[in-house]
Design a protein around this ligand. Structure first.
Ligand SMILES: Cc1cc2nc3c(=O)[nH]c(=O)nc-3n(C[C@H](O)[C@H](O)[C@H](O)COP(=O)(O)OP(=O)(O)OC[C@H]3O[C@@H](n4cnc5c(N)ncnc54)[C@H](O)[C@@H]3O)c2cc1C
Length: 343
């Protein structure tokens, strides 16, 4: 069967592409239902969530973020509040905005214009790899597509714990070159740990962290890798969006907003190909040019991530206090948001 477009992966990136497409579109994911298998803390900017019409999925809006570093606590008052979301609800809301056919199948790779799955092969001129950090389609034609380094690893648990602020511990004793966090979600919180070096044996660290609050790791323990290195946004005839293209922002690990931002642009370009307003080659070039124009910001944030994880904590504190000066913070916050904001 031939489709106008095939999207591999039905999470933030894939659903963002699907949302803007009209035609005979196939969306494939190994999950049995849209919104299964949360991996992330699922926090994004409140205004952004509203712009895409998914505010029903908001669990808690937060306008204070506290950075704990050494013995210092630096309190940031956000001009743009953040919000934690219910992953399943959010994905289903995004899915409803599109008009695609969903297939639950394991994607095995790509051969020319054909996506190979355990439920058969499907053909299209426009193929999107939105399969997350493993980039299953791109990796099947270039096995070194995913760099060995250049990814962080995090896990989190969701105990009943109420909080008003987002709290982050930078380079704490139990996770050097990493962070610990509390993200409140109404009646519960997401407490997590991440290693910028991509270390995976971090569950013990999470156990001792949650113990500080008289808590235990709950049955709901999720997480995974998230890339910190920007990758090629196209490979052969494949469009790559979200973590598969390394579009998660280094340092902050914010990947939802970029996945949706680049996904929207990718979907708009693919629609032009479907409408025969553009050739596939031109569409691939336009998407590539658009994505690559953001590379400099990723390079900057990765350099900052490397510096802040390699200097003594007192220098991290000085840096954070400088950024927290009112005019500096206002400028940096806006610049950061503008990296991947929707009109
Ligand atoms: C612990 C943790 C906390 C995080 N917290 C935040 C946060 O608070 N805010 C934020 O903005 N970002 C956060 N991130 C990053 C964010 O989760 C990712 O950047 C985001 O999920 C990327 O979206 P995506 O759609 O590109 O990839 P993914 O969300 O990884 O989705 C990939 C999809 O592809 C499917 N798939 C993969 N392989 C196959 C296959 N072979 N066959 C079929 N289907 C397949 C998967 O099932 C999945 O649905 C966090 C990440 C982690 C690990």
């Amino acid at each position: 069967m031939k489709y106008d477009a095939i999207i591999a992966g039905a999470s933030f990136a894939g659903l963002a592409v699907a949302r803007v497409l009209k035609g005979n579109i196939l969306l494939i994911d190994r999950k049995s239902e849209i919104g299964d298998g949360q991996t992330s803390t699922c926090c994004s900017y409140e205004h952004f969530i509203k712009k895409i019409g998914c505010e029903e999925a908001i669990l808690q809006v937060i306008d204070v973020e506290i950075l704990h570093c050494g013995s210092e606590d630096i309190v940031f008052h956000l001009n743009y509040p953040l919000a934690t979301i219910d992953y399943k609800k959010f994905c289903q809301l995004l899915y409803k905005k599109g008009n695609t056919q969903f297939l639950s199948a394991k994607i095995l790779g790509i051969e020319g214009d054909k996506v190979l799955t355990d439920k058969g092969n499907f053909q299209s001129e426009c193929i999107v790899d939105a399969s997350g950090w493993q980039a299953v389609l791109a990796s099947s034609i270039r096995n070194d597509f995913v760099p060995k380094n250049g990814k962080s690893f995090g896990i989190e648990t969701t105990p009943i714990y109420k909080n008003k602020a987002i709290e982050i511990w930078a380079n704490p004793r139990i996770m050097p070159k990493g962070v610990l966090w509390i993200f409140p979600c109404g009646g519960f919180s997401r407490l997590g740990i991440a290693s910028y070096l991509g270390k995976t044996n971090i569950k013990e660290g999470l156990e001792s962290f949650v113990k500080n609050f008289g808590l235990k790791i709950t049955e709901e323990l999720h997480g995974g890798f998230f890339p910190s290195k920007f990758r090629e946004p196209t490979l052969g005839n494949i469009f790559l969006v979200g973590d598969s293209a390394g579009q998660c922002l280094p340092l902050t690990g914010e990947g939802i907003r970029p996945a949706i931002y680049f996904g929207k642009k990718c979907g708009e370009i693919i629609q032009q190909i479907i409408n025969k307003e553009k050739t596939r080659e031109q569409g691939l070039k336009d998407y590539r040019d658009f994505a690559m124009s953001h590379k400099k910001y990723y390079t900057f944030l990765l350099a900052l991530q490397n510096i802040l994880t390699n200097i003594p904590n007192y220098l991290v504190v000085r840096f954070a206090k400088f950024v927290n000066l009112k005019p500096v913070f206002k400028y940096c916050e806006k610049k950061y948001i503008d990296l991947a904001d929707l009109n």
